[in-house]
Write a protein that binds this ligand. Structure first.
Ligand code: NAD
Length: 353
């Protein structure tokens, strides 16, 4: 069978993770790579044996053999590149966040509606919906044993773990809001929302937000003049079904809290850490004899053996959509719902330094 020709725009960290997974999957061929940085471009072309390279991504779009394009550039460039890719008739893997403003997002959604035949996969399903823990937890919720879910509590706060400083230090754009769009509540938050709203079948809609975002809690030299994204965000979200969702995300704060989700239902509850590399345990709390007996709990172990890793899973999923017509786990319209929650959080909280 002929391999799917893929072009990748951006040759940085995430692009290389995709290339490695695509090489493992074998149903595709990375035939083009674009980056503005010639030195990086040449080294990545050589490292992975990619035949064609360019500083001008439009060259990729002109090649009729390229059927799909991965957009792996910083967020502020996504709108322009996404538009060009759609108009060129390519299927798209779009790195998260899809956009950094409501205006651009609306433009992208309008355009996507005009090209329904072209696949668009938003990459915020990467750490959330394509791994066994998501399906395990969703199955428990769907079975109804937890009763009505009235409260979700999720926190994940690291210390000095900021992209652009401690993680991927050469990518300083992560610290610049005009390029990145925001800090951890956008960067990691899309995965958090994708997981926690997905296990509720995407039914709750946001009603209101109360939040605080804080920046520059650590004043170590970031190595750049622009550092205006938040480091820590705390939000209480209210949804139209009465659900309250306490959500705390940070790449630096003066207390660390492990990644933990607690789900409170009227008949039972769950506690777990949702990421695929966290422990594979899901603790289930319930009360015997229809809620009138002794308080009990049991711990399930989710089988993660078949999950290679999240990057492999998202590439496997993308090829399945393009080659076999599978349904995208994260269409742009759904990422838009999550992005709008983040935009509401930024709107509701004045960034305080
Ligand atoms: N780094 C990660 O772990 C990670 C993980 C998941 C998703 N992402 C997302 O992937 C995207 C890229 O992140 P990254 O960490 O790979 O960044 P990066 O800085 O390592 O790579 C981005 C590359 O894009 C290039 N570029 C910028 N504008 C371009 C243009 N117009 N044409 C061609 N190349 C251009 C830059 O020169 C740079 O080499 C972001 O949206 C990010 O949020 C990153």
């Amino acid at each position: 069978m002929a391999k799917l020709n893929i072009g990748i725009i951006g040759a940085g960290m995430v692009a290389q993770k995709h290339i490695e997974s695509l090489h493992m999957l074998k149903q595709s061929r990375v035939s083009w790579l674009a980056d503005l940085d010639t030195k990086l471009l040449e080294s990545v072309l050589k490292k992975y044996g990619i035949p064609n390279g360019t500083n001008h991504y439009h060259k990729i779009l002109e090649d009729p053999n390229v059927k799909a394009v991965y957009i792996c550039t910083p967020p502020s460039t996504h709108f322009e590149i996404f538009t060009a890719c759609l108009l060129a008739g390519k299927h798209i893997m779009l790195e998260k966040p899809a956009s950094i403003s409501e205006e651009e997002l609306r433009g992208m959604l309008t355009l996507a509606e005009q090209y329904p035949e072209q696949v668009i996969l938003s990459a915020s399903c990467r750490h959330s919906r394509l791994q066994p823990k998501f399906h395990f937890v969703k199955k428990i919720i769907d079975s109804g044993v937890l009763g009505e879910i009235y409260y979700i509590h999720h926190n994940a706060v690291l210390r000095q773990s900021r992209p652009g400083i401690e993680y991927h230090p050469q990518a300083k754009w992560f610290l610049d809001k005009s390029i990145a769009g925001g800090g951890p509540v956008l960067d990691w938050g899309l995965y958090d929302l994708s997981f926690h709203l997905g296990i509720l079948s995407d039914t709750p809609d946001l009603v209101c937000v109360n939040s605080i975002t804080k920046a520059q809690l650590d004043r170590k030299d970031p190595g750049t003049d622009i550092f205006d994204v938040e480091e820590h965000a705390v939000s209480m979200l209210e949804f139209n079904n009465g659900l309250r969702f306490y959500w705390e995300r940070g790449t630096h704060a003066n207390v660390d809290v492990p990644n933990e989700t607690r789900i409170y239902g009227t008949e039972g509850g769950l506690k777990f850490a949702y990421l695929s590399w966290d422990p594979n345990e899901v603790k289930y709390y319930y009360t015997g004899r229809e809620g009138a007996g002794k308080a009990k709990s049991k711990t399930f172990k989710v089988n993660m053996k078949k999950h290679v890793n999240d990057d492999y899973a998202i590439n496997e999923h993308f090829l399945d959509i393009v080659l076999n017509g599978a349904k995208p786990a994260m269409p742009l319209s759904l990422e838009a719902k999550h992005l709008r929650i983040v935009f509401e959080i930024y709107g509701a909280s004045k960034l305080t330094v």
